[in-house]
Design a protein around this ligand. Structure first.
Ligand SMILES: *[C@@H]1O[C@H](CO)[C@@H](O)[C@H](O)[C@H]1NC(C)=O
Ligand SMILES: *[C@@H]1O[C@H](CO)[C@@H](O)[C@H](O)[C@H]1NC(C)=O
Ligand SMILES: *[C@@H]1O[C@H](CO)[C@@H](O)[C@H](O)[C@H]1NC(C)=O
Ligand SMILES: *[C@@H]1O[C@H](CO)[C@@H](O)[C@H](O)[C@H]1NC(C)=O
Ligand SMILES: *[C@@H]1O[C@H](CO)[C@@H](O)[C@H](O)[C@H]1NC(C)=O
Ligand SMILES: *[C@@H]1O[C@H](CO)[C@@H](O)[C@H](O)[C@H]1NC(C)=O
Ligand SMILES: *[C@@H]1O[C@H](CO)[C@@H](O)[C@H](O)[C@H]1NC(C)=O
Ligand SMILES: *[C@@H]1O[C@H](CO)[C@@H](O)[C@H](O)[C@H]1NC(C)=O
Ligand SMILES: *[C@@H]1O[C@H](CO)[C@@H](O)[C@H](O)[C@H]1NC(C)=O
Ligand SMILES: *[C@@H]1O[C@H](CO)[C@@H](O)[C@H](O)[C@H]1NC(C)=O
Ligand SMILES: *[C@@H]1O[C@H](CO)[C@@H](O)[C@H](O)[C@H]1NC(C)=O
Length: 804
């Protein structure tokens, strides 16, 4: 008995020692060596261990190369190399190349970030005790340092210069670049700026005061600021402050937080938590600009800020206040049709139409606004000074008790309830608990929702689709790709090289499609035409219509799709962008989409045979699995359905339209989500305002699998069975009922004439029902689906999916 134990110990002992040695990180990276994302112990540490630098997980399979504070309860990230372009959790590397360049490469070896330092000398990368990641050469001179390119944090001894800007994170836990900046402006003043997609404005120091009243000077153009180890902050515009715990001792950091407020934090060793040791005076939540978006109003409620829309306005995006509110009315220019709605203690900052006026009567101020069609409303002082502020835009709204300005918003006469009461904005997403009851199946209290309720629900769902669709400016994408896109727009030649596909001219594609003659499909984002290129390649040209209005979104799509390559995904071969013409060129897939073959009239064309159906199921699962797990984790399809599964001449499936899937962040608190997809294939969570993840695609895939087996279309089935009193997905219900009452054989498509493999059928049904589970936690991930489907299938399970 003793022998095996001893044996185990002997084996374990060196392993433990080894891993302990390595879990402490490494002191330096030398030429030709790499840190690999998969290796937990591949990270650099500073000499005393205060800071560490390695791959930091920002999503299920997404990493950013970062520097973090080692000892805090949770890692506190102080710097990131690639905050807006995370890399894959597999095969990504940080390499100190032989030529002296420190480069971060993604799974596909594409360079995502680099220091652009080239030298023949023996360089090495070190993390200094200050938190500065440096490249030093043999002569011990620094040739590059992370301190020159801060993200949202300034560390003691790090200089903020005319070249550097702190940029906040987008939201808590989301490391993407946000909208708040700390930098020196052209007048040499250190400012906090809201730098939003539509507007930008300075909110600190208070721009209602002169520079000097704010205690600054514009005369020193050296533009330098720093905080030293004692907690003393100094800026060349004479702004300075001390930490409340002034003195050498605690570690400190100055961070521009996601809420636009700059805070100095001190580290408390006993609790391992950060404490605020300074923040700017007079800067509370509602004086930060941009928080509630256009027309939105920030209200300081005890303990937290709240955004609201004024009456007659509707919130644009239930998950993102920065998009603000839109009026539900159009304003005429006829003053007889106009009225005002008064909001006491409220003002919108900036965008005054005329220069500041004083001693003006309310009537006069009102008239000024009425007679100017551009005027959206006016602020009027209530302290007897007669100050009048007609506004061309309603931005940076805030409401505070004691504010001496009343806002008068221009509205159509008699249309809007002009009650002075500020009503909480009605949030236009579905009430979660109501949706959950409708979709929750046989609920415990036995209340069966009626058909009417279901229809009502569907109608409101369709309504919310429309609303959400119309406000679709996919900011989520935009943020991620903003920097990236700018580079690309600046250099079109480079994009072609970088992405390895061709840029076509509009004339070329017009010729190829014979002036868009043969339409082969129509999707949510535009029509698809068959074309023959000059080199005789047959292609599918997708002409994007309407929805992708901005170049940014278009480039975002191109960037994603161009990097995705798998045999079960339709390959993007090129694109065209000329003024309003935005086209994508895909490989042409011979046999068209699955719905045409699966749901065709009996007898008209060939019927998909059993083996073909099984191959389509497996191939589609592989394609989706690649999208979810091999690419960065947020590439969701969001619209899996037979219309988007194309079949090549061998009936090998290729998933189409995936580039239009939105980018997705894992965090609970950032919902970039908007409802996408098609009725009949939508997972319940879409209606419940839950975070959407890969499991929504798994659900839709499960429906497709049921369709493959039964030959019945989920969408037909939905509308065909209105008389049915069931309320969940009808196809799922039907299959479950058939299985229960009649057995497995009864669900199979009769057109197969009983020619099928019983064992595979069994497997497919099981997988399908797992996939359409109401509770997404019980749905398997797509990689598991592939494994389950091919479990006893030696040919298929050894068939490695092709990537890169
Ligand atoms: C690192 O640790 C040593 C020994 O504890 C100490 O003397 C030294 O000051 C520390 N260096 C820094 C930069 O904290
Ligand atoms: C640390 O992270 C955990 C899990 O994300 C979270 O629950 C906890 O609140 C965090 N603690 C601090 C101090 O931020
Ligand atoms: C390199 O320079 C740093 C400071 O710049 C110093 O602390 C360190 O001791 C030097 N190392 C060598 C090997 O000279
Ligand atoms: C700022 O950038 C310019 C050009 O990129 C460079 O010459 C200059 O030295 C930089 N200034 C500082 C303070 O880093
Ligand atoms: C920070 O600056 C103040 C004022 O110049 C100085 O008295 C203090 O010694 C500095 N602290 C450190 C650690 O250099
Ligand atoms: C300008 O600021 C720098 C610090 O950034 C300081 O060293 C210099 O003396 C200042 N110049 C004047 C003229 O005040
Ligand atoms: C900060 O503290 C130092 C040392 O105690 C003191 O000389 C200085 O006046 C203080 N500065 C401010 C802005 O409070
Ligand atoms: C600002 O918001 C934070 C949390 O979001 C809260 O802790 C703080 O008290 C607020 N400040 C004010 C002045 O309302
Ligand atoms: C406002 O005008 C636009 C176009 O002129 C129109 O499409 C829209 O329906 C109008 N909205 C309302 C609420 O009348
Ligand atoms: C206007 O608001 C008041 C109070 O909020 C309410 O009683 C009244 O019914 C509203 N009128 C309309 C037309 O919405
Ligand atoms: C949502 O619906 C439930 C049940 O219908 C109701 O109790 C709850 O008050 C509603 N919540 C909101 C915010 O309307």
């Amino acid at each position: 008995m003793g022998f095996p134990c001893l044996f185990v110990l002997l084996i374990l002992a060196p392993t433990v020692a080894w891993s302990q040695a390595w879990s402490q990180g490494i002191p330096r990276l030398t030429r030709g060596n790499s840190l690999a994302v998969e290796k937990e112990n591949d990270f650099l540490v500073s000499p005393n261990g205060t800071f560490s630098s390695g791959f930091y997980k920002v999503g299920t399979n997404a990493y950013c190369y970062s520097i973090w504070f080692t000892n805090s309860v949770n890692r506190t990230v102080v710097w990131m190399a690639n905050r807006d372009r995370p890399v894959n959790g597999k095969r990504s590397k940080l390499t100190l190349q032989r030529n002296g360049n420190l480069a971060l490469t993604d799974k596909d070896s594409s360079v995502v970030w680099s220091t652009n330092t080239f030298t023949d000398e023996g360089v090495q990368a070190q993390l200094l005790e200050t938190g500065n990641l440096v490249l030093v050469n043999e002569a011990n001179t620094t040739i590059w340092k992370s301190f020159d390119s801060p993200t949202d944090t300034l560390l003691p001894s790090q200089l903020l210069t005319k070249n550097t800007t702190l940029v906040s994170m987008r939201s808590p836990g989301t490391y993407l670049s946000g909208f708040y900046n700390l930098k020196f402006d052209d007048n040499n003043i250190l400012d906090l700026i809201f730098n939003g997609p539509l507007i930008s404005s300075i909110y600190w120091p208070n721009s209602a005061f002169t520079v000097f009243l704010n205690g600054r000077t514009p005369y020193n153009s050296s533009r330098r600021a720093y905080v030293n180890a004692s907690g003393l902050f100094r800026s060349s515009d004479t702004f300075k402050f001390n930490a409340s715990d002034y003195g050498v001792g605690p570690k400190r950091r100055l961070t521009l937080d996601y809420d636009g407020i700059l805070r100095l934090y001190s580290f408390d060793e006993p609790t391992r938590l950060w404490k605020i040791s300074w923040l700017p005076a007079g800067l509370d939540n509602c004086t930060v600009h941009g928080l509630c978006g256009p027309n939105g109003i920030c209200v300081n409620r005890p303990r937290q800020k709240t955004c609201i829309c004024p009456n007659g306005f509707r919130r644009n995006d239930p998950s993102d206040w920065i998009k603000g509110c839109s009026p539900l009315f159009n304003l005429s220019c006829d003053r007889n049709e106009l009225d005002f709605m008064e909001l006491p203690n409220t003002d919108y900052y900036g965008y005054d139409l005329v220069t500041y006026g004083i001693g003006i009567s309310l009537q006069e101020c009102r008239n000024r606004c009425l007679s100017d069609c551009k005027c959206k409303g006016f602020g009027y002082s209530t302290d007897g000074q007669g100050e009048c502020f007609p506004k061309g835009n309603l931005l940076n709204g805030h409401n505070m008790p004691g504010k001496y300005v009343s806002m008068h918003i221009k509205i159509p006469r008699g249309k809007i309830n002009s009650s002075a009461e500020l009503e909480m904005a009605r949030i236009n997403y579905l009430n979660c608990s109501a949706a959950a009851v409708v979709l929750g199946g046989d609920n415990a209290n036995g209340e069966k929702p009626t058909k009417n309720r279901y229809m009502k629900y569907l109608i409101s769902l369709a309504g919310s689709f429309a609303v959400i669709e119309t406000v679709f400016i996919s900011l989520g994408w935009w943020y991620v790709f903003r920097r990236h896109v700018h580079e690309e727009l600046a250099n079109l030649g480079c994009i072609v090289l970088a992405l390895g596909f061709k840029r076509f001219t509009y004339a070329e594609l017009k010729r190829a499609t014979r002036n868009f003659k043969q339409e082969v499909g129509k999707g949510g984002f535009g029509s698809v035409f068959r074309g023959v290129l000059d080199d005789e390649r047959v292609v599918a040209v997708k002409r994007l219509e309407g929805v992708l209005q901005g170049d940014a979104e278009f480039w975002a799509e191109v960037s994603i799709i161009g990097r995705i390559n798998h045999r079960n995904l339709v390959k993007l071969q090129g694109f065209c962008a000329e003024n309003e013409h935005k086209l994508l060129v895909y490989e042409y897939v011979e046999n068209g989409s699955l719905d045409k073959l699966l749901f065709n009239d009996p007898g008209t064309a060939s019927i998909l045979q059993w083996d073909q159906r099984y191959n389509i199921a497996v191939g589609t699962a592989k394609g989706l699995s690649y999208l979810h797990e091999e690419c960065l984790e947020w590439v969701l399809h969001c619209d899996v359905k037979p219309q988007n599964i194309l079949l090549d001449d061998q009936f090998e499936p290729k998933v189409a339209d995936f580039g239009l899937s939105k980018l997705f962040k894992e965090r609970h608190d950032t919902k970039f989500s908007r409802v996408r997809g098609t009725r009949g294939y939508l997972a319940p969570e879409w209606m419940m305002n839950l975070k959407i993840d890969a499991k929504a695609d798994v659900y839709s895939y499960g429906i497709v699998l049921l369709e493959l087996l039964t030959g019945k279309s989920a969408s037909d089935y939905l509308s065909a069975s209105v008389s049915d009193s069931s309320y969940c997905n009808h196809l799922v219900q039907w299959v479950a009922k058939q299985m229960e009452q009649e057995g497995l054989e009864k669900i199979i498509d009769p057109r197969l004439n009983d020619v099928y493999d019983r064992e595979k059928l069994d497997r497919m049904v099981k997988v399908a029902l797992l996939c359409v589970a109401e509770n997404r936690d019980t749905r398997p991930p797509m990689s598991k689906v592939v494994k389950l489907l091919t479990a006893h299938d030696h040919e298929s399970s050894q068939d490695e999916s092709i990537s890169d």
